[in-house]
Design a protein around this ligand. Structure first.
Ligand code: PEP
Length: 249
């Protein structure tokens, strides 16, 4: 099954309204590559402004709460993201799993809430360095998949982002063979659970992707795109990644 390439920028805790010009430049340049789906996930505070500044652009959140409303100071519900103009959300990023103690069950509940609100989901998984070095990366990630991917969803509305924790923001990347092996294992696990629908789910690689390594990493088996942190903050760094995805078709 042909899956469209998907390149998503995670701005993390970066960006104020002065960064909207960069978002405009990114989406304008991405428009030159109509075969690639491009999205940006800015901080909550910028979602409405970015969606307004670039009509039709795919703008997303970086997290949501699993509850619809309530006494959760500082949190944002999935419906609120939709109301602000978001069409997608990242859940289970390692900076939240590790930094905020989110469990697989928490991530699954967030994904379910997001899907129920009409958002598409990018669900992150990935192993720490010690696990990779001990040879347990695939088992670790497949356990995350088993625990955090919901049971019931339209396959084209949930993408998995494999992001080895040791590769995020470090400049380190796995070998292409390791990426292909992990993505193949993830696809296999999804196929065992969801049957043919797994062929419609997109699997992104994330971790120190840049314009120089994008073609190689996105060309690995079963890689349908990238989740990009640091290199998504400027058009100059992000657009070459989109172009690499476009070249791979
Ligand atoms: C990320 O945090 O999702 C990420 C992939 O970051 P970076 O590209 O900076 O490694």
């Amino acid at each position: 099954m042909a899956r469209r390439k998907y390149v998503v920028g995670n701005w993390k805790m970066n960006g104020t309204t002065t960064a909207l010009a960069e978002a405009r430049a990114i989406f304008a340049a991405a428009g030159e590559h109509p075969g690639v789906d491009v999205a940006l996930c800015p901080p909550f505070t910028l979602i409405g402004a970015m969606a307004g500044a670039v009509p039709g652009a795919a703008v997303g959140g970086q997290d949501c709460h699993s509850a619809a409303s309530g006494a959760f100071t500082g949190s944002v519900a999935a419906d609120m993201l939709v109301d602000a103009g978001a069409s997608l959300v990242i859940v289970g990023h390692s900076e939240r799993r590790e930094g905020c103690g989110e469990s697989d069950a928490d991530v699954r509940a967030k994904a379910e809430a997001a899907l129920a609100a009409g958002l598409s989901v990018i669900l992150c998984v990935g192993e720490p360095r010690t696990v990779r070095e001990a040879g347990g990366a695939i088992d670790y990630v497949l356990a995350q998949i088993a625990g955090s991917v919901p049971d019931d969803f339209a396959a084209d509305r949930l993408a998995i982002a494999y992001e080895p924790i040791w590769a995020i923001g470090t400049g380190l990347v796995p070998t292409v063979a390791d990426v292909a092996a992990m993505h193949g294992a993830i696809r296999g696990a999804l196929a065992a659970r969801f049957g043919d629908a797994a062929q419609a789910m997109r699997l992104l690689y994330g971790g120190s992707v840049n314009g120089d390594n994008a073609a190689e990493l996105l060309g690995a088996g079963d890689v349908d795109g990238a989740l990009v942190g640091g290199a998504s903050l400027t058009a100059a760094k992000f657009v070459p990644i989109v172009a690499a995805a476009a070249a791979l078709g």
